[in-house]
Design a protein around this ligand. Structure first.
Ligand SMILES: [Fe+2]
Length: 118
């Protein structure tokens, strides 16, 4: 998301967006949160980050095309910059997913075998 458009700042924000998907009521979400391992929470957070970054790519791409139609030169430059930043973030997540899974795997594997013993 672009912050302070037109006020000199041209970088994407680090703000967390709320996913436009159904969410659990807070009390129920808290219960799930407590029963989740930290590896599970990390995987879910990484997945949601990837969804948000890729959604932002689509939005900035669309806005860039609209700005081009409107001959809005300065907006095109800012939107293009944000688009490449979002692409870099989405690529970073994708590139680092195998390492993240490798790192979290021992904890995931341990929680799987706990379920199998029950
Ligand atoms: Fe982003």
């Amino acid at each position: 998301m672009i912050s302070d458009f037109g006020n000199g700042q041209k970088s994407a924000t680090k703000d967390k967006a709320q996913l436009p998907i159904p969410t659990l009521p807070k009390s129920l979400a808290n219960i799930f949160q407590k029963t989740m391992t930290s590896a599970e929470s990390e995987l879910i957070a990484a997945k949601e980050d990837a969804i948000v970054e890729n959604a932002e790519i689509i939005v900035y791409d669309m806005l860039t095309h609209l700005a081009e139609r409107m001959n809005a030169g300065s907006a095109i430059a800012i939107l293009s910059e944000s688009l490449s930043e979002e692409r870099a973030m989405a690529d970073w997540i994708k590139t680092n997913t195998p390492d993240m899974v490798t790192q979290l795997w021992p904890e995931i594997e341990a929680s799987i075998s706990t379920y199998e013993e029950e």
